[in-house]
Write a protein that binds this ligand. Structure first.
Ligand code: RBV
Length: 429
């Protein structure tokens, strides 16, 4: 282990036992609303599919994630975990995880940059045979700094759009040296977590952080991907006037046909009460936009990294900067306008002081897919070459079926004739 390596969470807390108790309470509450993880857990506790594996994880360490981690550990794995964002960790949950015999948690909230990467190194010192990432920082560390681990890594899973995007770029460069499932891209993840999860949790966190209403506000949503669609729909549902900005012509048209105003950011910024970025790209809101924004505007980001709102530009323009509320930093411009940045421009639904991440139900789905993907890699990892892989559809269906059964939702099955018809090309009118 290198000298910079980070200690487990318990060494950073005054009273780890008390913290662990509170963290456990949060996990128990979440688990009551996670029928998929509960179901898989029962199965894996018995069958121990992960026995002999070491799983290295970098994810948002809070109660729902913790239930995934514990499922993997109770299924036989040794798990080492750290955060995937310096502000999203709940220390009490991290402590509860670390108290488990098979789990070491290095996640600590408000860790600095150096500590953030040192904690990833600490996870890698466990020599994982599988990686589970949200944003790809762990895969990057393995390839850049610990390539000797690659030979014994069976495969990995990636949770989020930005991570999958980075992995595909790495794969295209021929630099990705083990197989990774694009968990984000499954229907059970993307159609729920990205749309409903991001929509609900971002808006709820902004409302609670500011104590302001959506009704009558002009809300500029940057990016009309799965996350942007969810945010736009839910903001409109709360009586906001939604303006969408896009760079992709089909998506711009889709937003237009959905009834939203579509404008270039330079024009949208001048009308905005709230700007919420969901693009996964950098420099979406910059100096030229700050220059025209109204006094009091709220600036928040729901993308994985904190580079969508260019805070260096804003800092350059500002004559003063102060904490207006917990989680809200006001930047005062020379003409007196105040531009309010939420959660330091980090993903607001997880990084704001009161943030809880996505609702439990959607994370149950996302993490259900993670769990079956890890199982698939353990059982059939050799079948997958290095590179980014789509999750096999039957695994995603398995997760959907568990959820439908738990909800008591019945659905139809194809008859043999229908199946035959759908598989043939000869039938016409
Ligand atoms: N996300 N995790 C949570 N654990 O509360 N909330 C959101 C949580 C994930 C989500 O799946 C998304 O793809 C990713 O965070 C962005 O970093």
């Amino acid at each position: 282990m290198s000298e910079t390596s980070y200690a487990p969470v318990t060494e950073h807390l005054d009273d780890p036992d008390e913290a662990a108790e509170e963290g456990r309470r949060k996990m128990d509450w979440a688990l009551q609303h996670m029928p998929i993880l509960s179901n898989l857990r029962e199965d894996y506790e018995e069958s121990k599919p992960f026995e002999g594996q070491v799983i290295g994880m970098a994810m948002h360490v809070e109660a729902k994630t913790a239930n995934l981690v514990e499922l993997l550990a109770d299924g036989g794995a040794e798990v080492a975990i750290t955060g995937c964002n310096p502000l999203s960790t709940h220390d009490d949950v991290s402590a509860a995880l670390d108290a488990h015999d098979n789990i070491t948690s290095y996640a600590v909230r408000e860790v600095d940059d150096e500590g953030y990467y040192a904690a990833i190194e600490s996870v890698l010192s466990h020599e994982p045979t599988l990686t589970v990432d949200d944003g790809m920082d762990m895969v990057a560390a393995v390839h850049e700094d610990y390539p000797e681990l690659i030979d014994s890594i069976v495969g990995g899973c990636e949770e989020t759009t930005t991570g999958v995007h980075r992995l595909r770029a790495m794969d295209a460069d021929g630099a990705l040296e083990y197989p990774i499932f694009a968990v984000n891209d499954t229907p059970m993840k993307r159609l729920f977590d990205n749309v409903h999860g991001t929509g609900e949790s971002s808006l709820a966190t902004i409302a609670m952080t500011t104590n302001l209403s959506w009704a009558g506000k002009t809300v500029v949503v940057a990016g009309y991907g799965y996350c942007g669609k969810g945010v736009a729909k839910k903001a409109a549902g709360q009586n906001a006037n939604v303006v969408v900005t896009e760079v992709e012509p089909r998506r711009a048209l889709e937003a237009h046909m959905e009834g939203y105003e579509v404008l270039p950011m330079a024009e949208a910024a001048a009308e905005a009460d709230v700007v919420l970025t969901t693009t996964g790209n950098r420099d979406v809101v910059t100096r030229e936009h700050f220059e025209v924004m109204p006094d009091g505007v709220l600036l928040a980001n729901a993308g994985h990294f904190d580079i969508e709102v260019n805070l260096d530009d804003l800092d350059d323009l500002a004559v003063d900067r102060y904490e207006a509320r917990d989680g809200v930093e006001a930047y005062e411009l020379p003409d007196g306008r105040r531009l309010n940045v939420l959660a330091e421009g980090r993903l607001v639904n997880l990084a704001a002081p009161i943030a809880l991440g996505h609702p439990v139900e959607v994370m149950d789905q996302s993490f259900g897919v993670q769990a079956v993907c890890v199982r698939e890699l353990v059982e059939h990892g050799d079948d997958y070459e290095a590179g980014v892989h789509e999750v096999p559809d039957d695994l995603d269906r398995e997760v959907a079926e568990i959820k439908l059964a738990a909800e008591g939702v019945a659905y139809d099955e194809l008859t043999d004739e229908q199946r035959e018809y759908m598989g043939s090309w000869q039938h016409g009118t």
